[in-house]
Design a binder for this molecule. Structure first.
Ligand SMILES: [Zn+2]
Length: 429
């Protein structure tokens, strides 16, 4: 009679042993067979092309560069050739600046070989990333050109005509009255207002920084809109408007769907000798009714509010989600530079932020009526007034719809430009 419960117990015990031994058995087997490949992604861009293999376990790789023709051969240990991996072949875009095609094959048992046929020689960076956000383990190959593109050369080339036109103009002749005392002027000739005054004979350079990109989608709305797409669209509209201005030119720190580390955005702005830096984002919050646009400047002594600090931390995590190779020297040098922020920069940034906030507030709802401050990494160029604009809350369904509206995007872009113009009118260089 007592056997029944005991039997139950024994069965339980046996079951548990079976489970345990299954685990014991699976352990070494998993090491032998390696991880499961979850996804492959490719992000082609002029700056560099990235390939990501996402897996449930960290993968090991060996690589070699071959010439004539240029190829990158990557052996990935511990995975089998699966359909997911074969998808990589179809993911190569014809306009990829660096990769012409990818071939994949089972090189040895448990070693998959990827061969990237290259359009030119590259400097590859291979590194792994630990699980973060929605991502599991990532193995990343970044293919950089041997000679990096110079953003300044590109900008100078694109704006040469405009620059020559501006220099050909004689501001003294155009505004002949400005040096004549008011009482000597003929009637009805008023003194030029600051906005009419020629501030400079050189082009003003605006660095526009579309947030996120590539592996980092930024915030995602209920309907699936991704911050990285919306802010790129707004930024391109802003660029088009700036290009219409005779005395301004602009530079996009990202003009495609790929990841740009925060310090690289700052470095690019400094390289093009930007007069201003404007980072474009779309906010998200757990409460779906949070709404309105906000403008931020850097802070050296803590954030102006808890929400601002929270947001800065969230935006600063872009490097982790986007996938930064922290071993590069570039990154370490940048860290030193970014600690040099000056209070003069912040003062100008607050003025710029205020001018832009006023313009946005003239047609859209504002989240806060003043410029907020926090330690945003992307605003740390010590010599460039820099602001970060959260154009609206993508997490608010109503604002998500508006952010997708082309007219609204145009309006936002116009208001940013008007804010910039008002800033320059009051603070000529
Ligand atoms: Zn953002």
């Amino acid at each position: 009679m007592k056997l029944l419960p005991r039997n139950h117990k024994r069965r339980d015990l046996l079951k548990r042993i079976a489970q345990t031994s299954a685990l014991v058995f699976l352990g070494p087997a998993q090491i032998a067979w390696g991880g499961k490949l979850l996804a492959v992604r490719m992000w082609p861009a002029e700056d560099y092309t990235r390939v990501t293999l996402e897996s449930d376990e960290r993968l090991k790789v060996n690589h070699q560069l071959l010439t004539q023709p240029n190829r990158l051969v990557v052996d990935v240990e511990g995975i089998e050739l699966t359909n997911t991996l074969k998808e990589l072949v179809a993911k190569v875009k014809s306009n990829d600046p660096y990769v012409s095609q990818v071939r994949v094959g089972q090189f040895q048992p448990k070693v998959v070989r990827l061969v990237f046929d290259l359009k030119e020689s590259v400097q590859p960076q291979l590194f792994t990333l630990d699980p973060v956000g929605n991502y599991q383990n990532r193995l990343v190959f970044d293919l950089y050109p041997t000679v990096a593109n110079d953003p300044l050369m590109e900008l100078v080339k694109n704006s040469a005509k405009k620059s020559a036109a501006l220099e050909a103009e004689d501001p003294i002749a155009a505004f002949a009255n400005k040096d004549i005392p008011i009482d000597k002027r003929i009637p009805n000739q008023k003194a030029p207002t600051p906005s009419e005054k020629p501030q400079s004979r050189r082009l003003l350079t605006i660095a526009i920084d579309p947030g996120h990109g590539g592996e980092d989608p930024g915030a995602i709305g209920k309907r699936g809109s991704r911050e990285k797409d919306i802010v790129l669209s707004i930024s391109r509209k802003l660029k088009a408007k700036i290009e219409q201005e005779p005395d301004m030119r602009s530079y996009l720190t990202r003009d495609g769907d790929y990841f740009v580390p925060l310090h690289t955005r700052v470095n690019k702005a400094r390289r093009v000798r930007a007069d201003l830096f404007v980072s474009v984002h779309a906010d998200a919050f757990v409460r779906p009714n949070a709404k309105g646009a906000s403008v931020f400047a850097l802070s050296q002594q803590g954030a102006s509010s808890t929400a601002a600090r929270w947001l800065a931390n969230k935006e600063n995590s872009a490097d982790m989600i986007g996938g930064l190779n922290i071993k590069t020297q570039d990154h370490q040098v940048a860290q030193l530079l970014l600690d040099m922020s000056t209070s003069a920069q912040i003062k100008d940034s607050l003025k710029l932020g205020d001018a832009v906030l006023k313009q946005i507030g003239s047609f859209a709802k504002l989240h806060k009526p003043h410029v907020e401050q926090a330690g945003f990494a992307v605003l740390k160029a010590p010599d460039v007034p820099s602001i970060l604009i959260e154009t609206a809350f993508i997490s608010n369904p109503e604002e998500e719809a508006r952010l997708n509206d082309q007219d609204y995007q145009e309006q936002i872009a116009s208001s940013i430009l008007n804010g910039i113009k008002n800033y320059f009118a009051k603070n000529p260089l």
